[in-house]
Design a binder for this molecule. Sequence first.
Ligand code: AMP
Ligand code: ZN
Length: 493
Amino acid sequence: MSTPLIRVYNTLQHAKVPLEPITPGKLGVYVCGPTVYSYVHIGNARTFTSFDVIVRYLRFRGFEVKYVRNYTDVDDKIINAAKASGEDPIALAARFVGEFEADAKALHLIAPDVSPKVSETIPEIVALVKTLVEKGAAYVSGGDVYFEVRKFPGYLKLSGKNLDELQAGAGEREQKGEVKRDPGDFALWKGAKPGEPSWDSPWGKGRPGWHIECSAMSSKYLGETFDLHGGGLDLIFPHHDNEIAQSEAASGKTLCHCWMHGGFLDLDGAKMSKSLGNVVQLRDAMKRVDPEALRYFFLGTHYRQALAFNDKMLADAETRMEYFYETLKKIDERVTGKDFGQGALHGDPERFIAQFDEQMSDDFNFSGALGVLSGLFAELNQLADKPPVKDKPMVGRTLVALRGVVTRLSKVLGVFDDVPADWLLRRRDRQVVAKGLDVAKIEGLIADRKAAREAKNYAEGDRLRAEAKAMGVEFIDSPQGTTWKVIAELATA
Ligand code: AMP
Ligand code: ZN
């Protein structure tokens, strides 16, 4: 079976289109990164995880990907946050870059190849604005520079919005003013205000507008035309429409072949956003459940669809992960250090890779890919639980091969990438804290039960097991002794 061609939904074409790299074998990917004025929430994290898995998958398929994700470290929100805390805006932004990187690492996000910052891209931004002024696409007004939207013929081609309708909707506030020629014109450069960060420019001291940074950074690192551009749905208009206008007016070339947009993570029916105040910070979510469980939760829904968040779903994702890790622990205990020789296998373990490719090639169907994993784990359990006595080496060999498939897929999805026993213990520790369990008491019950059973007092042994169960704890007996786990239904209720 040949590997399927990757098809990607392109917002610009409203359709899935074949991924055709500009340079064969290579891909340039630009993702709009965080505005660093606060801690990221799990809505932001969902979008970054989607593009993380997309880049990992493209690499898995053999593409040499150059992955750029910026930091917006000069922005009104940052300036306002700095005013509120009495900090220097650049220092505040630098602090939150550090916090973001710690969170991103904990969430197993791969580091982009380049993470440019606005504050470090000022010369390129100034040069780009200068080009736009020289070409007549932008004009200077006071100490500001504006992009003249009505001069760019393809303006709003990404969102499909209509400029006249937009302005009719804007009402009195956005009437043609002295500063702008048209209410739709947007700032490329803003003249300095007291107490705000500013840099020298041909138009006096000032700072970049929001959109110009991504045009400057993408062309700096990926060239004037590149393959894939990503971000959340909220960025289509105005941010990405404006990026296209700026870049294409300056270069005369297509900015990007394929525009990808991730759906929102919603809480109580509304987009999670700091301005609405309905946020769950990523670091808080990662205290409640394992980061891999959070990734697993995100991946359960197609990246373009809305994802409703609630605590129960997150807890359920971790319970599901527990099942996967228990399976892997069982398999590892069974096959590690053993040689099952060469020879025939049950079924074809590689078929799971082919099924995974089929799902991921279809516009990165994450939930379909997780469905393939479920099938793979069902097969692992079936083989591990019912070994045909006569062909044990064949079972062992197949388990080893399937375990290898899990490892390969886990590198793409960023889940099941831990040592199973370690992951399970960390999960249990969190459950113990959440339920306020007394570990010494549980271990006391296990010791008492062992003693009762040694004295052949099985009724007492059963009573002790029942006592543990009433606490929400299950005993697991094995030839190595008795261990315990927290019963998931009670833990997540
Ligand atoms: P920001 O820091 O606000 O610029 O957002 C960083 C990224 O997170 C952007 O790609 C946004 O589109 C995305 N984003 C913001 N809120 C959400 C949400 N509730 N769900 C999914 N993505 C979001
Ligand atoms: Zn951007």
